[in-house]
Design a protein around this ligand. Structure first.
Ligand code: SF4
Length: 134
């Protein structure tokens, strides 16, 4: 399933269309890598669109969310998220480690429950409090 998900994240061509997701306007951007290495971006209403396109072409990242096993709690799975967006190439390793982790209730929402997942330097955050089973 992880390899299947990974294929959904397309590597950008040197000339590509993309939608800026930095704000709700969602400008439709056209970005093209020039011979001097710079990126020409059109369709953006502000400079943040240029920065977004640069990152998408050079170092695309995505927030990672999922669930981890938890014992002794009111539920069997604990919702979690990455503390920062993860580089697309690191997401399979990040998910493999994340799905192997097991925690013990109680867990507080917002707590850092694991650090430096798969050597990325990115931590794992609980997104729900898990009380002990009564
Ligand atoms: S380019 Fe600027 S205005 Fe357009 S979606 Fe991105 S952040 Fe919003």
């Amino acid at each position: 399933m992880i390899a299947e998900n990974q294929r959904l994240i397309r590597v950008r061509d040197t000339d590509d269309e993309l939608t800026c997701i930095v704000c709700p306007i969602g400008c439709r951007l056209h970005a093209r890598r020039l011979d001097d290495g710079s990126l020409e971006v059109t369709g953006n209403r502000c400079r943040r669109g240029v920065a977004y396109a640069e990152e998408e072409f050079s170092d695309p990242r995505r927030p990672v969310t999922g669930t981890c096993a938890v014992s002794g709690g009111e539920f069997f799975r604990l919702p979690v998220k990455s503390s920062k967006p993860v580089a697309v190439d690191d997401i399979p390793a990040f998910l493999n480690v994340m799905y192997e982790l097991e925690f013990v209730a109680p867990v507080e929402c917002g707590a850092v429950i694991a650090t430096d997942i798969a050597g990325t330097g990115i931590d794992l955050i609980a997104t729900m409090s898990m009380r002990e089973e009564e």
